[in-house]
Design a binder for this molecule. Structure first.
Ligand code: PLP
Length: 390
């Protein structure tokens, strides 16, 4: 159990984060007191809401090096990604029908591409190396005269691998291809500068950075055209209709502001804790496989496979006291190994026997000590059992 209180240790920050209390405090007045519609500027209620939304726009823009006018509010990364990919391909279909992406993207990207394929578009799916990275050369080789868009994630949600975004985006810019990046796991954790990094479209989500669920943004570089995916009142410069979720927007703004200010210190702190956990487990258990790049990865993530362990038994034995996850899609009937681990070449048994530990703002040294003990005990028991069962 969590050494501080009687609840499991939470090491699943890539799944979602708690709302930071400072973010919650910033949001609170906008539910009951300051409830105006930000689109109604004819009276004070609307104007107050509008001013707060404008401030939030500046806060988000500052985190990623954009200008406020380039921020489009959405309900989260899934929606942002749909708008970016489908919106770009729809809008530029007369110019070309080819899109480039890679195999470890989030399902939001992969499934958008599947839908495009069904609608007669052409998708090139790049295969990453064993670290989970694609190279600028790979991307350059895949671009064609009819390529409209390339979508490569900033950092992977399961293994934490960080892509060479700037180099890839530069290749795309030079060839006149739009570049979208899913920065859901990177924003607020790593420095992002859409101008220096040649990014045209960027998706991020509030609930991965201590903001509220159901909130996010799409950055649309000035001048980039997209077909809106939701018709209506023409809000957000026509990119996304619908009354603005003012408290949610205030939350994303405050979350971005806080993340920007805490990024450096949190990154350094979490790297130390993550390495303590990873190195501690390797030292105690010997045979441990680190999934993804150890050089190019998020500071707070480690994804480990434990050879000699039946993956089916692993998570249920851990999650009573340590909330972690694996990339396996678990249904009552079947459990598929993670497609991300498969894409980087892991055999099924290692993919099943994997655990993603993702640390965050509330993670303490004592929690890491506790997790080290717990995981060591469970793996040793399962290995003993596994050998006897064989
Ligand atoms: N992209 C990545 C890399 C993610 O990790 C997630 C969520 O897990 C998403 C997209 C979807 O984000 P949202 O939950 O905001 O729709």
């Amino acid at each position: 159990m969590n050494p501080r209180v009687n609840i499991p240790v939470y090491l699943d920050y890539n799944a979602t984060t708690p709302v930071d209390v400072r973010v919650f405090d910033a949001m609170q007045p906008y539910f009951v007191e300051l409830f105006g519609n930000a689109a109604s500027s004819s009276h004070g209620f609307g104007m107050q809401a509008r001013e707060a939304v404008d401030t939030a726009r500046q806060q988000v823009a500052r985190l990623i090096g954009a200008t406020p006018a380039e921020i489009v509010w959405t309900s989260g990364s899934t929606e942002s990604i749909n708008l970016a990919i489908k919106g770009a391909m729809d809008c530029h279909a007369s110019r070309g029908r080819h899109v480039v992406t890679q195999a470890t993207e989030h399902k939001a990207v992969l499934d958008c591409c599947k839908t495009l394929e069904k609608n007669g578009f052409d998708v090139t799916m790049l295969t990453p190396d064993t670290d989970g990275r694609v190279s600028p050369e790979q991307v350059a080789g895949a671009l064609r005269a009819d390529t409209v868009l390339c979508s490569i994630m900033w950092a992977n949600n399961e293994i934490g691998t960080v892509q060479p975004v700037r180099e890839i985006a530069q290749v795309c810019r030079a060839r006149g291809v739009l570049f979208h990046t899913d920065a859901t796991q990177a924003a607020g954790k790593l420095p992002v500068d859409v101008v220096a990094d040649y990014v045209d479209l960027l998706s991020l989500s509030g609930h991965k950075m201590y903001g509220p669920k159901g909130t996010g943004i799409l950055y649309v570089r000035k001048g980039v055209r997209l077909t809106c995916q939701m018709d209506g009142g023409g809000h957000e410069s026509g990119f996304r209709s619908g009354t603005l979720n003012v408290p949610g927007i205030i939350g994303v703004g405050a979350a971005c502001d806080l993340s920007r200010r805490l990024m450096q210190s949190e990154s350094a702190r979490l790297t130390v804790l993550r390495d303590k956990l990873e190195n501690g487990l390797i030292a105690r258990l010997g045979d441990v496989v680190v999934n993804g790049s150890r050089e190019h990865r998020l500071p707070h993530v480690t994804n480990l496979s434990f050879p000699g362990v039946n993956g089916m038994d692993l998570l249920p034995r851990l999650t009573d006291e340590v909330a972690v996850s694996s990339g396996s899609a678990c249904t009552s009937a079947s459990m598929d190994p993670s497609y991300v681990l498969r894409a980087i070449g892991r055999a099924d048994d290692l993919a099943y026997a994997s655990v993603r530990f993702s640390l965050g703002r509330k993670t303490t040294d004592a929690e890491i000590d506790f997790t080290l003990e717990k995981v060591t005990r469970v793996i040793e028991e399962l290995r003993t059992h596994h050998v006897v069962a064989v």
